[in-house]
Design a protein around this ligand. Structure first.
Ligand SMILES: Nc1ncnc2c1ncn2[C@@H]1O[C@H](COP(=O)(O)OP(=O)(O)OP(=O)(O)O)[C@@H](O)[C@H]1O
Length: 332
């Protein structure tokens, strides 16, 4: 598809087809397709080394693609990167602020990359410091800020050109829970204002709370795509019975629950159990409802299996990752 035929008011924020990144003999990104719609918060969830940052770097022009097609706001990254850069904002994984400058100066110096008058740049910088709650620190040196404040400053800096698309590479890695919440609330606010957000994360909670849609990435490939809840419903079930049980007893428990272990998700057809996963000393049974999850726990309890613990809980994206890869996001 040519750049022109791909462009128009309804352009997706990002469209990738068969995107590949090759480092020597190693493929970090192995032919992925992506479609990020305007106005949504789209997540790329995966463990370290999945290829998330490499994908982002191709999107914001830090590294060239090895093969495939990639359009950002309807423009081809191979030929129109300058124009793309004028209309996107980037929050990279590392805090690459200038430590010798004050907070406000970091914004003003960055504003010079864009075609902004001094007056507009100053106005926007002040507004953005307000937005991220750093107005009172405007004249502080960057190296006196906490990690959370630095992150918010990087977000403010990425917004100086009033971007249509904001790309955030692991925006809350290394932050404490309170600082993380603050960054999340700013991201939600931006989403409400109509900014398209594209973020990478290895925190399933971050993906579940913020993203309208997401892809799960591992080993340079996309394993699944959908809304957080839609993915959980399609690949597991909304509720999980988690039973602490030695692995040697998992088959026995499944047999006694009359689970057809050869059947796929949703085809097991036994008393609400839709799927199962054997995860070391835990047996996970995916169900439609909290009642069914609790009933599965009760039945195993009555059989004397799982004395070490039973939990009925909502299914998480971590369960889903386990289902898709055999590993949890925490171990991966
Ligand atoms: N410049 C490079 N040269 C060679 N290999 C690279 C380069 N950059 C990344 N890789 C490799 O590509 C793979 C994907 O890395 P990438 O940084 O995209 O992963 P990620 O999902 O973003 O993980 P992280 O959260 O650790 O950044 C890794 O195996 C990494 O070692």
């Amino acid at each position: 598809m040519s750049a022109e035929s791909n462009r128009g008011p309804g352009d997706p924020a990002v469209r990738a087809r068969g995107l590949v990144k090759q480092y020597g003999h190693f493929q970090a990104v192995r032919g992925i397709d992506l479609l990020v719609r305007r106005g949504e918060c789209f997540g790329v969830l995966g463990p370290n080394g999945a290829g998330k940052s490499t994908t982002m770097k191709m999107i914001y022009g830090r590294t060239p693609l090895s093969a495939g097609e990639l359009f950002v706001l309807g423009m081809d990254v191979r030929t129109e990167m300058r124009r793309i850069k004028a209309r996107i904002g980037v929050v990279p994984q590392e805090d690459n602020l200038d430590p010798d400058f004050t907070v406000i100066r970091n914004l003003l110096v960055f504003a010079r990359y864009f075609d902004l008058s001094r007056r507009i740049a100053r106005e926007r910088a002040e507004q953005l410091l307000d937005f991220v709650g750093l107005a009172e620190r405007r004249d502080s040196r960057v190296d006196s800020l906490s990690g959370g404040m630095k992150r918010r400053l990087v977000i403010a800096r990425a917004l100086i050109n009033d971007p249509e698309l904001l790309i955030l590479d692991e925006p809350t890695t290394g932050l404490d829970p309170q600082a993380r919440q603050l960054v999340w609330s700013k991201m939600r606010e931006l989403r409400t204002r109509g900014v398209t957000l594209l973020l990478t994360t290895h925190y399933m909670e971050e993906a579940a709370r913020l993203c309208d849609r997401l892809v799960i990435m591992d080993g340079g490939r996309i394993l699944a795509e959908g809304s957080p809840q839609g993915l959980i419903e399609a690949h597991a079930g909304p509720w999980t019975a988690e039973v602490m049980l030695p692995p040697a007893q998992h088959q026995e428990a499944l047999r006694r629950l009359e689970v057809d272990t050869a059947a796929g998700v949703g085809q097991i057809g036994n008393q609400g159990i839709r799927g199962w996963e054997s995860a070391e000393d835990r047996l996970l049974l995916y169900t439609e409802s909290v009642e069914e999850a609790t009933a599965a726990c009760e039945r195993l309890k009555a059989m004397g299996l799982g004395g070490a613990g039973f939990f009925s809980r909502p299914t998480t994206l971590d369960d889903l990752f386990l289902r898709l890869t055999g590993r949890t996001l925490r171990e991966a």
